[in-house]
Design a protein around this ligand. Structure first.
Ligand code: P1T
Length: 382
């Protein structure tokens, strides 16, 4: 399918865009082109591929499919979500200012605070749920607004359309880390954002068997810069990892529907439970931005955060009592995971303004049987 599949629905595009049968043999599945280089007929005369850091056909298939799913024109893939983030920041120069949300993945904060500040970038961390606070943080040297929506781990939303309307006239680019929603439930380019970023390690890969990242854009100029940096900095995914992500992507639609159905059942159970103090899930009417979630997203995803009445002690107990929910970092795989962000995925924000509540428990709800997951959470809450 060569035309981005715009006439087809999401699930059809996920399976077909960039994934025509391979011409030489008819292989229905895109092969793993496990090669570092490609023969040239004469100097510079080749079939579109020279060297596998620059381009690899398995990676090209993944990039075409990802671009289509976000209604973008171009995707550039990376060896991890953080490699994607690094490459986006390499577009900037010393002296540039970035406004970032005050609740983001701990590794994102670590990259910004411990690495890029040394290279002369400056960051302000603001509550991106409040568009006025974002506007108030803009300086003449602001080049980028970095949003996670929903955020990791507090599941706060940013009003992407409003923030891009503030940014555009000032020439500021808006990046949305869309890892939690996935392109199935949220398409930031349609809301005006310039750059969509993913840890494909999560829902897009979907099986907890590969680490990867991606950036999707609609603008050709942005793509040219990113494509240059992908090759120049070289944090590319290998052919096998590209293939694994592409295989995961084919089932994204069915998986996301299943994640959401299970998450909704568990969120409702938690909300009724006497030992639970707070449940955060964008699909519950009790979520502070439920109205925005309904307007901006096509669904609410599979991530839930909660605080127990017993605080950190009770949270620490709960994460070791589940039998199906595995105690582990990461998220977005078919299997359910549970963790304590303050001590695990967000240990790197300790002592900063981004510090997360010590007792917060985060669930990545998988696609096992709903009643089994509900029973597992119930027995863990004692
Ligand atoms: O792990 P990596 O593929 O490099 O992706 C980093 C990343 C980027 N953005 C978001 C929103 C993320 O959640 C992550 C990684 N997060 C975890 C490993 C986690 O357990 O939260």
């Amino acid at each position: 399918m060569k035309n981005n599949g715009t006439q087809y629905g999401f699930a059809t595009r996920a399976i077909h865009v960039g994934q025509d049968p391979e011409p030489a043999t008819g292989a229905v599945v895109v092969p793993i082109y496990q090669t570092s280089t490609f023969a040239q007929d004469d100097i510079g005369v080749h079939k579109g591929y020279e060297y596998a850091r620059t381009d690899n056909p398995t990676r090209t298939a993944l990039e075409e499919a990802l671009a289509a799913l976000d209604n973008g024109h171009y995707a550039v893939t990376f060896a991890s979500g953080l490699a994607a983030e690094t490459t986006v920041l390499l577009m900037l120069s010393a002296g540039d200012h970035i406004i970032c949300g005050d609740d983001v993945y701990g590794g994102t904060y670590r990259l910004f605070d411990k690495v890029f500040t040394r290279h002369g970038l400056t960051f302000d961390y603001v509550n991106t749920s409040n568009s006025d606070q974002v506007a108030a943080a803009i300086r003449p040297e602001t080049k980028l607004i970095w949003l996670e929506s929903p955020t990791n781990p507090l599941l706060k939303l940013a009003d992407i359309a409003t923030i891009t309307q503030i940014a555009k006239p000032r020439g500021i680019r808006v990046v949305v880390d869309n890892t939690f929603a996935s392109p199935y439930f949220q398409r930031p380019l349609d809301l005006g954002a310039d750059i969509v970023l993913y840890s494909t390690t999560k829902y897009i890969g979907g099986h907890s068997d590969v680490v990867g990242g991606a950036v999707v854009v609609a603008d050709e100029g942005l793509y040219t810069q990113l494509k240059f940096l992908q090759n120049a900095a070289g944090a590319v995914p290998g052919a096998f990892d590209s293939w694994l992500v592409l295989r995961g992507l084919k089932t994204l639609a069915v998986r996301m529907r299943a994640h959401e159905a299970n998450a909704l059942a568990i969120a409702r159970l938690l909300e009724e439970h006497p030992l639970v103090e707070q449940v955060i899930y964008p699909g519950l009417p009790s979520h502070a931005q439920y109205e925005l979630a309904q307007r901006q997203m096509h669904g609410f995803g599979g991530m839930i955060s909660l605080v127990l009445q017993g605080g950190e002690t009770a949270g620490r107990k709960m994460v070791t009592r589940t039998k199906l929910f595995t105690l582990a970092e990461s998220l977005g795989g078919v299997e359910s995971l549970i963790e304590l962000p303050a001590a695990m995925t967000h240990a790197s924000v300790a002592g900063s303004t981004l510090e997360v509540p010590a007792g917060l428990v985060r669930l990545s709800v998988g696609i096992e049987e709903e009643e089994d997951l509900v029973a597992d959470i119930e027995q863990a809450l004692v």
